[in-house]
Design a protein around this ligand. Structure first.
Ligand code: HEC
Length: 189
């Protein structure tokens, strides 16, 4: 009996500590992910208004991976943008945890839940150790249509560049409000 009570207490203490760690890590991830997304949206708008949609290619192709790389180096986390339908498989392919949660996000969005508010946080045990994992959905915005919308919404010059540089492109066909992917954070703990 004693042993049983002791066990319960330990479990409670462990789960309280777990919840505390989880929300601390979650806050810390949000504090990095939100400005990252905001800056990308600003850069995208700026490029489109200054040079037209084609000049915004550099935002997704150069600026986003560079920012993700800088954040990863600075924090010792892995920060990436992942999607179920990728344009660049090297950077965008989700692992099993990301796939599962992206599918869940997509199912929730289909039921009418807002993509902007969707996120998930979890501490996971993997073969190489424990990690805190966080993912925040990226909603498709009007400024993304020229390169991620339906075939008839993508201007001919962009279509030509996309089919030359990404002949296996899957990242099209999205409409505004849908989930185009997520920002994913993986932090060893
Ligand atoms: C001018 C064209 C263009 C616009 C506008 C654009 N993208 Fe992209 N997007 C790209 C290209 C090109 C890539 C592939 C980048 C690479 O080579 O890594 C990409 C890749 C991505 C990826 C990474 C996953 C993948 O498919 O490889 C995400 C997520 C993404 N874009 C989201 C967005 C969002 C959200 C917007 C609107 C705010 C947006 N994009 C606007 C061209 C664009």
């Amino acid at each position: 009996m004693k042993k049983c009570i002791f066990f319960t207490l330990v479990t409670l203490a462990t789960s309280a500590a777990y919840a505390e760690d989880l929300s601390k890590y979650q806050e810390e991830s949000r504090a990095v992910v939100m400005p990252f997304l905001k800056q990308l949206a600003t850069e995208n708008q700026k490029a489109i208004s200054e040079g037209g949609p084609e000049s915004a290619i550099k935002v997704c192709k150069d600026i986003a991976p560079k920012m993700a790389g800088d954040i990863s180096r600075q924090n010792g986390w892995k920060l990436s943008r992942v999607s179920l339908k990728v344009r660049n498989p090297l950077l965008g392919t989700p692992d099993a945890w990301e796939q599962k949660n992206l599918q869940e996000f997509t199912a929730l969005a289909a039921k009418g839940e807002k993509a902007e508010t969707m996120e998930v946080a979890e501490i996971v045990q993997e073969p190489a150790g424990k990690s805190f994992r966080f993912m925040k959905a990226i909603a498709m915005k009007p400024g993304c249509i020229a390169c991620h919308g339906n075939a008839e919404q993508i201007p001919a010059n962009i279509k030509a560049r996309l089919s030359e540089e990404y002949p296996h492109d899957k990242a099209t066909g999205y409409s505004v409000g849908q989930i185009i992917g997520a920002v994913s954070v993986k932090r060893p703990i």
